[in-house]
Each structure stands twice: as C-alpha cells, then as structure tokens.
Design a protein around this ligand. Sequence first.
Ligand SMILES: Nc1nc2c(c(=O)[nH]1)N[C@H]1C(S)=C(S)[C@@H](COP(=O)(O)OP(=O)(O)OC[C@H]3O[C@@H](n4cnc5c(=O)[nH]c(N)nc54)[C@H](O)[C@@H]3O)O[C@H]1N2
Ligand SMILES: Nc1nc2c(c(=O)[nH]1)N[C@H]1C(S)=C(S)[C@@H](COP(=O)(O)OP(=O)(O)OC[C@H]3O[C@@H](n4cnc5c(=O)[nH]c(N)nc54)[C@H](O)[C@@H]3O)O[C@H]1N2
Ligand SMILES: [Mo]
Length: 577
Amino acid sequence: MKKTACPLDCYDACKIVVDESMKLKGDKEHPITNGYLCYKLNHYFDYPQLNCAYYRGKKISINKALDILEEKIRDSQKILHFRGSGNVGKMQAVTDLFFAKVGATFTSGSLCDAAGQLGIREGRGKNLILPLSQIKKSELVIIWGRNVTSTNPHILPYLNGKTIVVIDPVKTEIAKRASMHLQIRPRTDLELACMLARFIYMQNSEDEEFIENYCENYDYFVDFIRSYRMTTTTQKIGVDILDIATLAELMQDMKTVILVGNGVQKYSHGTEVVRMIDSLGAMLGFHAKEGCGVSFLGDTSVNLKNPFEVDVKRIPKAEVDFSKFDLVFIQASNLAVTMPNTKRVLDGLSKTFSVVFGLYEDETAKIADLVIPAKNFLQKSDIRFSYGHEYVELMPKLQENVNAISEYEFTKEMFNRFGFEGLKSEEEYIEEFKKQLVKDEVGYKVPIFKEMPYKDGFFTKSKRFCFLDEVEDEFDMEKDGFFFITAKCKTSINSQFKRDNFLYVPISANLKDGDKVLAYSDYGEAEFEIRVSEKLRDGTILVYSGNERANYLTPPKSDNYGNGAIFQEIKVKLKKG
Ligand SMILES: Nc1nc2c(c(=O)[nH]1)N[C@H]1C(S)=C(S)[C@@H](COP(=O)(O)OP(=O)(O)OC[C@H]3O[C@@H](n4cnc5c(=O)[nH]c(N)nc54)[C@H](O)[C@@H]3O)O[C@H]1N2
Ligand SMILES: Nc1nc2c(c(=O)[nH]1)N[C@H]1C(S)=C(S)[C@@H](COP(=O)(O)OP(=O)(O)OC[C@H]3O[C@@H](n4cnc5c(=O)[nH]c(N)nc54)[C@H](O)[C@@H]3O)O[C@H]1N2
Ligand SMILES: [Mo]
C-alpha cells in the first residue's frame, strides 16, 4: 500500500491510498480526506489516457512528435506557452524553464480566482489560508458563493452542528440544509456586504480595538458604505431587509467564518467584491479572533521560493488571441471548452500551429496539429499544495508508463535538444519545495500558515488591513436577459470527467425539459437542451463549468484589475428553436 495525493484543482487536495491493484481509496488519517474520495477519483480509470502522440490526426511516436516540435520551435518567432490547471502539482511548472529560454510569451492572471485573489491581497497584503482548526472552532459558517457540496465536499464534516447561512442565487444542496438562505440576485454581493456593514455600524458593534490597532482607511470605508441607500440597495439585492438584519445580528453574536467561493468574483469588479466581503469581516475583527475568519481560495505559493519562477513577457489569460502566435503550446488545459468565447478561441487556433500536451483526447487535442501524451499523476513524482487547507502532500511515482511522458521528462529532453544547461534533477526540485515546509503530527505545512494567520498583523506596506473605499462598476444590471451563472459540476472538474451539457432555467421561463433553445449574448450564441430547475431564482439561468457550449456566450475579457476571466459579466437571451 502506498500513498499519494489527488492532482486535481480543488480545495480539498485529498490524500490517496493506492493498493497493489492500483485501486484508489481516501486516506482515513488525513484531516480532510477522512477516508473517502469524490466521484472524479472514484471513476479516475474510466477515462482512458492518451497512449501515443498524434500529428494532424495520425499516430506517431513521442520521439517523432518531439522532432516536429523542435523544428517548429526553431522556425517560430512568436511562441505562446499556455498552461492550464488540469493538474495542479508543482512540477507542472517545470516546462516554464524551457519555454522561457526559447523566448516564449506566457499568460498572466487566470481563468479562475485572479480577481478575488487580488481583492484579498489589497486588504491584507498576503492571502494566507484559514486553518481548518479555526473553522472547527466557529459557531456560524457563512457560505458565500461557494458550492461546498460539489466543490469542497470534504469540508462538510467540519460544518456539523454549526449554524449555516448560504448566500447564493441558486438553491444549492447546502442551501437546502442551511438555517438561512439568502437567494440574492447574482452580482449583488458587494451591495449585500455593504448592507450588512451598515447594520453593524448602526448598532455600533464594529471591533473598535481591532480597527484602531490593525487597520487603516476605516473612515473612508464608513463613508463608502453610507453612500449606498438602504431601500434601493436592498431592492437591487432582491432579498428581505429583515433577513439581512438578522444575518448582521448573528455575525455580531457568534464566532463566524465566511467561506467565500469563486462564484462572487466572475465579474469586472470581482476584486472589489471579494475585498468588500473581507472588509466586512475586518470590521468585526474576524481576522484576529479565535474561531473566526474570511476564507477565499488561499494563495498556495505564498512566501515560497519557487525554482520555476521565470522573468518573461505575459499577456492576460482570458484575452489571449492565438492567431498572433506562430506556435501555441497548450499544457494541461482544454481551453477549447474552458476559456471564454469559444468561437474566438477556435478561430485563433485555426490560424496557428497548436500543440496539446495533455492527458485526454479532449476538444482541444482533437483540433491540435500536434498532440503529446502526458503521464498521469500516478506515473510521475510531484508535490501539491491546497487552496482550502494548510496541508501539503507528496506525490511519489507509483506506476510505469512508456506510452507517455512527464512534464519533467519533456523539459529534460528539450533542454538536451537545444543544448540548454542548468536543469536540476526532478528530486532536487521536489526537495526544494519540501525543505521549505514544516511537519506537524498530521503532515507537511507551509510555515507561514499559522493557527491565527493575521494575529501579528497584516502584510501590507503599513502592516495594517486596508478597507475598501470605492468601486468602479458600469455593468447594466437591468439590461434585458437572464443572469448567466456558470458554477462547478459535482461529477466533473471543469472539463474533465463526467460533464453536464444542459442549460437550466427557472420555472418562470416557461420552457420544459428537452426543449431546444438558442441562447445568445453580446459575445456569441449556442444551442442548448433545457432542464427546468426549481433551484433557480427568477431571472437567472445556469450552466455548469465544462459544458461544451457554455463559453460560446462568455466575454473574452478580464476583470478591471486582476487579469481574471469574467464569465458571468453578461446577460443572456433565449430563443426557442
Ligand atoms: N466537483 C467539482 N469540484 C471543483 C471543481 C469542479 O469543476 N467540480 N472546480 C475546482 C475549481 S477549478 C475551483 S476554482 C473551485 C471553485 O468552486 P466554488 O468556489 O464553489 O465556485 P463555483 O462553483 O464556480 O461557484 C460557487 C457558487 O457561486 C454561486 N454564484 C454564482 N454567481 C453568484 C453571485 O453573483 N453571487 C453569489 N453569492 N453566488 C454566486 C453559484 O451558484 C455556485 O453555487 O472548485 C474546485 N472544485
Ligand atoms: N464558463 C465557465 N468556464 C470556466 C469556469 C467557470 O466557472 N465557468 N471555470 C474556470 C476555472 S475556475 C478553471 S480553473 C478553468 C480550468 O480549465 P482547464 O485549465 O482547461 O482545466 P481542466 O478542464 O480541468 O483540464 C484540462 C486538461 O488538462 C489535462 N491534464 C490533466 N492532467 C494532466 C497532467 O498531469 N499533465 C498534462 N500535461 N495535462 C493534464 C487533460 O488533458 C484535461 O483535458 O476553467 C475555467 N472555465
Ligand atoms: Mo478554478
């Protein structure tokens, strides 16, 4: 029996026990995995891995594929290295060392949490992970735009016996079980946080000592929240003002943890939304109180020396125009599905030479000129961090596979072919990460992730928490059409594993299961099959991330500051087919 960790881009970062027959089980001793795995890992081997390379649809050897790639790189002026998050092991980034040496352009930001990450950093300086122990000690857990049952299921045992409040336009599974569900209109989280802050301010229950000793900009924050009129703002949010008042009281009386998810920040002002929720927490001193805290997706690399850091030209990920490059190298991303504005993505790819280095024959591999098969997480060595808890796991190689190559092997081969020097051994790189960790009775941890991460102050220049005091937001909320929610699916991880391709509509949309519709936005259109759902608020429709057509509708744009994708910054209309 051997142990490794799940490679998927997920809060839980589970530890896995692998038996002789390569059966995967959850590790009972791991603080979060708790002995069980999710659908995706339980069906890991149902999805066949690529077992050879392809050039324009024809099978070729890996060596031949690398010959073609080498020649192409030598002939290309403009190369793009686009790395996704199909596997979040640290060794994925070793390929950066090679592509930096050939002068490739890289991407900045992400399709994921970049807007919110910046919001947290602007307030706190660094985005440290809230340790599981604080969640355990809390009394009230506010689940704010995070669908824990699907995306963070191993946290559920930590929520037992606590008062749960859910803020989500969708009646998610956890919302059904919650003491209170604020089923707000999408894109009104900043306003809701403002109203909660107003109630706390009116009742004089802010944490004065904390604000005085650890914060700055509070007076401007007060001016800012007071600029929102109670009645019109509550109408915009679309929930009962008494519910908002009740939640404000609960937050004053109970030890509170806010679990903020990706759902709140897929908008142009995503940075400010997350910073506003964090400011609300700071107003009550949550960052320095036992059993309290605001937890967004944590920064896994904070304070780590990264041996793969490179100094390169970068362009915002969501906005990449592939046609501007002679050669596009796509690693661990199925961007023909997961990137915004699919039509633009496909047009761009058709005008360049594209290489996919991946695990599956996914949509992007199917249209690529060259496909290089990657080893899966069991077939190579790695180390992984989590953005939902403080533990780090080693991922030793457990299986041979001669039909694919690892990211390290790829890099080594390319270094050799180009005569580059300075690549260390795989073990040395993993050791460079490992030696920066500390070990407690449970496992490896990043040293900066302490019990109370901000007890000794913040990491901004002034060492103080910096409150939000303005927002730039020009989106027309009343524009005709539905709000377009794209949340994560329980049985897939973005485009990997079992996807859901339906378009969910509320009962009031007057459609029925099986209807075919054309959905269109300012950015594109696509056909969908309808499923009617009582979970949706009127005026909103939902597709899951990984839906093969969802991103035909989404904008190829980034948020105002963080270079994050803004999948939900649209209104969508439906035409029955
Ligand atoms: N099963 C599964 N797990 C996953 C993933 C997966 O694809 N499948 N993906 C992984 C990845 S890459 C990430 S980044 C994380 C993200 O996981 P989460 O943080 O859970 O993010 P989402 O599922 O995108 O959105 C969460 C919730 O936000 C709600 N929401 C949408 N718009 C709004 C809004 O305007 N306001 C509010 N308050 N809520 C809104 C949605 O209805 C949804 O329930 O999950 C990871 N875990
Ligand atoms: N509309 C909409 N779009 C979204 C989202 C949304 O909420 N709504 N979510 C966004 C978010 S949060 C994220 S993180 C992105 C994720 O989007 P992507 O980065 O595209 O991630 P995945 O779809 O998980 O996986 C992509 C590919 O990774 C490859 N892969 C898996 N393991 C390995 C490996 O070990 N090595 C190599 N070389 N390849 C591997 C597989 O071939 C797989 O097809 O999607 C984004 N797209
Ligand atoms: Mo993500």
